[in-house]
Design a protein around this ligand. Structure first.
Ligand SMILES: NC(=O)C1=CN([C@@H]2O[C@H](COP(=O)(O)OP(=O)(O)OC[C@H]3O[C@@H](n4cnc5c(N)ncnc54)[C@H](OP(=O)(O)O)[C@@H]3O)[C@@H](O)[C@H]2O)C=CC1
Ligand SMILES: O=C(CO)[C@H](O)[C@H](O)COP(=O)(O)O
Length: 457
């Protein structure tokens, strides 16, 4: 089986080696000739170069491939994807060929491109996660899109993807561009988990005055139990790293955090769909807050540094709180996927989605089985629920910032304790006559229920 790959950067070159190793013949192209030369030399040192053909233009790529062709794109998301698609059309791509956009593209672009290219070739979408290591040895692959072309390449991707207990972490999760939506939400969860781990580190380091090494040891011990996850493991490793001068590596790194957009899109889509994902939104804004100094509103957003208080935290309670908060970040993401799937009629399969996250991806974690158990399982976690309340309260009392931890406690509390929505309903009707709904389901106005002599002016 032959496939072609356009874009040999961090993801492309590693996926290329993975594809060839699994037995595919690869025709690869990058605008940068050095990228092709580097790939050839890596393939040679692995003894697999006979199945790799680097081409210097897309016309040559098309000629080398037997029709119907399968072409993967791993170029930066945005206009470049359209540029490569148009170049491929010019180079001779045909109607039965499939082009799979494997980058972190916006799913809305994917939907538009499916329409735009429908008479030229099959446009399909697939989100890939796992960074360089995942691409090289087995990523998570969240695919979607057209039926015809996929049938040719699907059996190969099942081998190329990571596997968990013998099951592949490749899946066509749903229709249209839902693979990119699922990958986007994967990244939204990724942002929240990264920030949550950073907050637990913050609490231990600055709230309880532990060294980065001591925090790493706590993370390592947690990783030996049900909390084992890729992001916790890399965080422990990062916190252990020291310079030649015996300084913690993290102390050399600036606090401003960048982002490429998938977290922001997750938040935007959740707000547009009316699906609450406060932990995911808080993580995006936590990154924004690290960059306030570079914003136009910098002066209005810059305050003097304040002292914070030392706190005593029970490590078992912190562990339980962190476990529950992590589960809730995934549950929010899954609720968003489910809501979007219903709104767009994508028929996204949540079980398949979770299967793609079992291994290879950045948010893989041993507790995915617990997440799959759903809200009913979370409701049984009474010790963890108490621990999350207590730890969130303690954390806030230190004076330090815990946006995701607090948002997550507020999320579960909002959904599982007495609501205050009745007063907000009343306020809306009081000033704007927007109507209220009573416990009996009746829609009316405040004045239908009580006499109001004179309203506040
Ligand atoms: N890095 C990661 O961990 C992950 C990235 N992704 C997504 O995968 C995609 C690729 O990411 P990544 O590999 O990191 O990006 P890189 O920037 O490392 O690689 C992109 C490659 O595409 C090449 N390129 C640019 N324009 C063209 C063109 N017109 N034709 C052919 N090749 C071109 C670039 O060449 P040049 O350098 O000369 O511009 C570069 O080699 C992105 O959408 C990204 O968001 C998804 C999951 C994880
Ligand atoms: O998709 C990824 C991992 O799953 C990429 O690493 C992505 O770039 C991470 O997002 P950001 O750059 O916004 O932090």
């Amino acid at each position: 089986m032959q496939v072609a790959l356009v874009g040999l950067g961090v993801m492309g070159k590693n996926l290329a080696l993975n594809l060839i190793e699994k037995g595919l013949t690869l025709v690869a192209y990058d605008t940068n000739p050095d990228a092709g030369a580097e790939l050839i030399s890596q393939a040679q040192s692995l003894g697999i170069a006979e199945r790799l053909h680097i081409v210097s233009d897309l016309g040559d790529m098309i000629k080398r491939l037997e029709a119907p062709r399968s072409i993967l794109l791993l170029v930066p998301a945005g206009e470049l994807v359209d540029k490569v698609c148009s170049d491929l059309v010019e180079a001779g791509v045909e109607k039965d060929d499939i082009i799979v956009d494997c980058g972190n593209s916006n799913y809305k672009d994917g939907i538009a491109r499916k329409l735009k290219y429908q008479n030229k070739f099959e446009f399909a979408t697939m989100g890939i996660s796992g960074g360089a290591e995942g691409a090289r040895h087995g990523p998570a692959m969240m695919a979607s899109g057209s039926e015809g072309g996929w049938e040719r390449i699907e059996p190969w991707f099942e081998k190329v993807a990571a596997s968990y207990n013998g099951d592949s972490c490749f899946a066509r999760v749903g229709q249209s561009a839902s693979g990119h939506f699922v990958k986007m939400v994967h990244n939204g969860i990724e942002y929240a988990l990264m920030q949550l781990i950073a907050e637990v580190y913050q609490l231990l380091r600055f709230g309880t005055k532990r060294s980065p090494e001591e925090v790493a040891a706590i993370f390592r011990s947690w990783s030996e139990g049900r909390l084992n996850s890729y992001l916790l493991a890399i965080s422990a490793h990062i916190l252990e790293l020291k310079t030649e001068q015996d300084e913690a590596l993290v102390d050399l790194i600036d606090n401003k955090v960048g982002a490429k957009g998938t977290g922001l899109w997750t938040a935007q889509n959740a707000l547009e769909l009316g699906i609450a994902v406060p932990s995911l939104v808080a993580a995006v804004q936590a990154r924004h807050l690290t960059n306030t100094i570079d914003t136009h509103a910098a002066k209005e957003m810059t305050y003097q540094t304040k002292e914070t208080d030392e706190i005593n935290v029970d490590l078992d309670e912190l562990k339980d709180a962190f476990y529950l908060a992590s589960l809730l970040c995934y549950r929010q993401g899954l609720a968003l996927i489910k809501g979007a799937s219903r709104a767009h009629q994508w028929k996204v399969d949540l079980a398949k989605t979770l299967q793609t996250w079992r291994a290879g991806c950045i948010i893989r974690a041993d507790y995915l089985d617990d997440i799959a158990e759903g809200v009913e399982f979370i409701d049984t976690l009474s010790n963890e629920t108490k621990a999350l309340r207590k730890v969130a309260g303690l954390a806030v009392s230190s004076g330090l910032a815990f946006p995701v931890l607090s948002a997550t406690q507020n999320y579960i509390a909002t959904l599982s304790t007495a609501s205050n929505g009745h007063l907000v309903q009343a306020q809306r009707d009081y000033f704007g006559e927007h109507g209220i709904k009573t416990h009996q389901g009746e829609t009316c106005h405040l004045t239908d229920l009580v006499d109001i002599d004179q309203k506040v002016r």
